[in-house]
Design a binder for this molecule. Structure first.
Ligand SMILES: *Cc1c(COP(=O)(O)O)cnc(C)c1O
Length: 458
């Protein structure tokens, strides 16, 4: 008989998690103003809020923590991380930051001025926040197919080159300081971008003299999809594919909390020395001296190891198989989600799962609360609350998709946990006709409201 699949690691340390009753959860979620971000984590059984900073580090990463060099300047940990950055991405200059948005803050401080235009394929929320906060605009040039949740495309996160070229040709070059290509495309469902699209986006940028910035949170997963789905890459290693991707980039920002498999960290890297010199000052002001930025020496060490380990095929394969398992179970139960399964998460199609909740009552948020009540599972809304208000009109923006993201942390949960999640979603789907109302906002912050929003039953 053919042997079944098993993960390429075993578990050395465990962490207890607690179950709860439905009554307890009803009270807790009310006290949290129906905002899952406001729940204490010990009130959650299976936490799929994010795969950011929540993965399990390897024994080698923990060992590297112990040899961290906490010197203020010129620490060996910095050099270890610099080696990994140069080896993997080929970028000559880099600045460590405490996480991805800090890298955005540093580089956009050096690059953007009021009124600028920064096109991209579904900018991540903090990226868009940093752009709009500087009174710049972030036109979305994602392919239209990304918004069709049922369409099966191998690379559904791509840049629409015609849309991008329109932005380039209709605006003066000096108004476009860079173009942001996000791999994988988080906002569109963790969907990858092909090497072909990366190459063509880079060529278009070059033709118009616009630097290409790759937002790289899930670069390794994107490379996995290129290897397994794009013609001509099956025999290339993940590291070779990563290097080829970054040969097309001028700048990269990264949240290391995802594919770096660390709890905290990030960096911005670039080829241009003059840009580095400008960014350096912002790093020193906002983050820290240039050889540690926002990171402790031990964390830079763990990241250096994490980057090298998580660009091995077997590690990525184990992870993406688990995401796929959740998708396969939902298929079995007929529950609609963003197809095909993404790299780091399943995005439940809330509009189809809860067809009777009006969009003004935040459909995906309603599904998130239901899933918590059902089994203590925490997902995150990717819908109208996240889409926030239009900065000009202050009207609510209703996005094309109302999704509930179930992000799978790396190496954290077993397949049994995944089975509980699938069953809980099925139970909600089975009683969808009974769920007819959602929530209304009682408090919201002027920017990035989803983190702190407060709600009540509509
Ligand atoms: C997570 C993420 C960021 C922001 O990184 P943080 O570490 O959360 O600050 C930016 N872009 C993308 C695509 C991300 O996934």
């Amino acid at each position: 008989m053919k042997l079944p699949y098993a993960e390429p690691y075993r578990i050395k340390t465990t962490e207890a998690i607690r179950t709860s009753t439905r009554e307890e959860r009803e009270r807790w979620i009310r006290e949290a103003h129906y905002n899952l971000f406001k729940l204490d984590s010990d009130k959650v059984f299976i936490d799929l809020l994010t795969d950011s900073g929540t993965g399990s580090m390897s024994d080698r990463q923990w060992a590297a923590m112990m040899t961290g060099d906490e010197s203020y300047a010129g620490a060996s940990s910095y050099r270890n991380l610099a080696d990994a950055v140069h080896t993997l991405f080929g970028m000559p200059y880099f600045l460590p930051t405490h996480q991805g948005r800090a890298a955005e803050n540093v580089i956009f401080s050096a690059l953007l001025k009021e009124g600028d235009i920064v096109p991209g394929n579904s900018h991540f929320d903090t990226t868009k926040g940093h752009i709009e906060f500087r009174r710049c605009s972030a036109p979305d040039c994602t392919i239209d197919a990304a918004a069709d949740t049922q369409k099966e495309l191998p690379f559904k996160g791509e840049m629409d080159l015609e849309k991008l070229e329109r932005v380039f040709s209709e605006n003066p070059r000096e108004k476009i300081p860079c173009c942001v290509l996000t791999i994988t495309n988080n906002t569109a469902g963790g969907q990858p971008v092909s090497m072909r699209n990366i190459r063509e986006t880079a060529a278009l940028c070059r033709r118009y003299g616009v630097p290409l910035l790759i937002d790289s949170a899930r670069f390794a997963e994107n490379a996995y999809f290129i290897k397994t789905r794009e013609e001509g890459y099956a025999d290339r290693s993940i590291k070779e594919i990563v290097r080829e991707i970054y040969d097309h980039a001028d700048i990269m920002t990264i949240s290391a909390k995802k594919d770096g498999v660390v709890n905290m960290g990030g960096f911005v890297a670039m080829r241009d020395k003059e840009l580095f010199t400008r960014a350096m000052s912002f790093c020193i002001m906002y983050e820290g001296y240039i050889t540690y930025g926002g990171m402790a020496g031990r964390d830079m060490n763990a990241l250096a190891v994490g980057l090298m380990e998580n660009t091995e095929f077997e590690q990525l394969d184990a992870r993406i198989r688990q995401v796929r398992l959740l998708g396969d179970l939902l298929d079995e139960y007929g529950v609609p989600y963003q197809r095909p399964a993404g790299g780091h998460a399943i995005f439940l199609d809330a509009t189809r799962i809860l067809p009777r909740v009006p969009k003004e009552e935040f459909i995906a948020q309603t599904l998130g609360v239901e899933l918590y009540l059902e089994a203590g599972i925490r997902g995150v809304e990717i819908g109208a609350i996240l889409a926030d208000r239009d900065p000009e009109t202050r009207e609510n923006r209703y996005p094309k998709l109302e999704l509930l993201r179930l992000a799978i942390p790396r190496r954290l949960y077993t397949d049994n946990h995944i089975r509980v999640v699938a069953a809980a979603v099925k139970n909600i789907y089975d009683r969808r006709e009974e769920i007819t109302s959602g929530y209304r906002i009682t408090f919201e912050a002027p920017i990035l409201r989803h983190f702190t929003v407060e709600l009540d039953k509509a």
